[in-house]
Design a protein around this ligand. Structure first.
Ligand code: ADP
Ligand code: ASP
Ligand code: MG
Length: 448
């Protein structure tokens, strides 16, 4: 039995927590391969090591040298090493990191040092070998992970090792330069290692007792989801449930490796099992979870007889493609089509150019833009089994006094996505949670 364990930022925040992590690993011999994040926040208002490193990069860009932010990084790591009483020569390791950061002048390299240093410390604490992700995680020409090469190199590096600590969050590109995943990417690194060693389980240790039915920063004490399918995970994490990076699913999915979310601070809690859809057991809830994200723009296009105009969608999509803009959703009617786009992609006049080009390309009756839209995804295999889910959803949102600006229901009936104004986001989420989780009628709906 092999378990790969990834520990997130809070689990690595200080010496006491790292000691907890060591105890968790010692409690199960199957926990042989460990992937770590950089130390995160120790308390509200604290700064994550990764954020200090992004600031360090700005300092290096502006002055050529690491500044105060890197000094803080050094103090945190020296503090951890002395708290743990390790004989690791941290000062030399930090001096090397400083020199390389100033030489490389690369944002990704600088940010990656958090995970590198954290893995060095953890390896020393556990007495495990350290494996630098740079040697095994490889990105291809297009900037995406080169899965085949990565899995092979990782498997080779770990073969014959009883135990090892691998640094999370980064790898190396074709030119031999360090490249990071997007934020929260150590989850992906953990999934890569799990896949490469053919783990029986990928344990993802964090600061909550599992995947919760809703963001705990919006709804107090939401219900824990005991079991989640890969598909539900993908929908929820993509739509903002950032307890697990939305790309973590890909390496483990092909090998049917289950993911278990566990709480470092309450290891006795059951957590959440994320399993292949074929092994998923329906737990009785109509809705499995709710997630959401703010700050989208909807471009709405209307034209009579749009449906019969061949190539209409192609022309509009061509405009987006020319500007390298991806869209999240495309709800459409007979004579209408909407594009939901991350507002960050439309800054600095891009939105104005795009709407103009759409007008020129298809000569629509109306092009309208809605700004400051939040998307809320209601996800669950149970929705296809019960009648009236949409009615309950919209009723709940309406009762909360919130106007629905957009609706998109995938044909799989696994999710319904609604758009509301940013200012109504939290209110709408609470209303939906109450409808499907806390009301007496919350359970089961009724079976179709
Ligand atoms: P780590 O540093 O361990 O990777 P993250 O901060 O990335 O941890 O993810 C855990 C956090 O995700 C939780 O503390 C919680 O605030 C937040 N979160 C958002 N949505 C959810 C959800 N649906 N279930 C659990 N946690 C969630
Ligand atoms: N340390 C990185 C971040 O803060 C990666 C991670 O924690 O997964 O985003
Ligand atoms: Mg995370």
């Amino acid at each position: 039995m092999i378990k790969v364990c990834k520990f997130g930022g809070t689990s690595m925040a200080d010496g006491i927590n790292m000691k907890r992590v060591a105890d968790i690993i010692a409690a199960d011999k199957a926990r042989r391969f460990v992937v770590v994040s950089a130390p995160g926040k120790r308390f509200g208002g604290d700064t994550k090591i990764t954020d200090l490193l992004y600031r360090t990069h700005t300092d290096v860009k502006e002055t050529g040298h690491c500044g105060e932010a890197f000094q803080k990084v050094c103090e945190r790591f020296c503090g951890i090493v002395s708290e743990l009483g390790l004989s690791l020569d941290m000062q030399t390791i930090l001096d090397d990191a400083r020199r390389e950061i100033e030489e490389e002048k690369s944002e990704d390299f600088t940010a990656s040092r958090g995970e590198y240093l954290s893995a060095r410390v953890m390896a020393a604490l556990l007495g495990f070998e350290f494996v630098d992700a740079r040697a095994v995680v490889k990105f291809g020409e297009n900037g995406n992970l080169d899965g085949e090469l990565t899995f092979r190199l990782t498997a080779e590096a770990l073969k014959g090792k009883r135990c090892a600590v691998v640094s999370g969050f980064y790898g190396e590109d074709r030119k031999g330069k360090v490249k990071t995943f997007s934020r929260g990417g150590s989850d992906v690194s953990g999934a890569i290692v799990a896949r490469a060693v053919g783990a029986d389980c990928y344990e993802n240790w964090t600061d909550v007792s599992g995947f919760l039915a809703c963001d705990p920063r919006i709804v107090e004490n939401p219900e824990n989801i005991r079991m989640l399918s890969y598909k539900e995970l993908r929908e929820l994490s993509y739509m903002g449930a950032n307890v697990l990076h939305s790309e973590s699913i890909f390496p483990v999915r092909e090998a049917d490796i289950p993911i278990r979310i566990k709480n470092t601070f309450r290891p006795e809690d059951e957590g959440t099992d994320i399993v292949p859809t074929a092994k998923y057991r329906f737990g009785g809830r109509v809705v499995t979870g709710i997630a959401g994200k703010k700050d989208f723009t909807v471009i709405f296009v209307e034209k009579s007889m749009m449906n019969s105009e061949i190539g209409f969608a192609h022309k509009v999509l061509g405009v987006l493609e020319r500007h390298g803009i991806s869209f999240e959703h495309m709800p459409s009617g007979i004579d209408t089509m909407s594009f939901v786009i991350d507002s960050a992609l439309l800054k600095n006049g891009v939105l104005e150019i795009i709407t103009k080009e759409i007008e020129q390309a298809v000569n629509p009756d109306v092009v309208r833009v809605f700004d400051d839209i939040s998307l809320i995804a209601v996800v669950g295999h149970g929705m296809s089994r019960s009648v009236g889910t949409s009615a309950r959803l919209f009723d709940a949102i309406a009762r909360a006094g919130v106007n629905v600006r957009m609706i998109d229901q995938g044909s799989s009936e696994l999710n319904i996505i609604v758009g509301v104004d940013n200012e109504n986001y939290e209110r709408a989420i609470r209303a939906v949670y109450e409808e499907f989780f806390t009301k007496k009628t919350a359970d089961f709906g009724y079976q179709a």
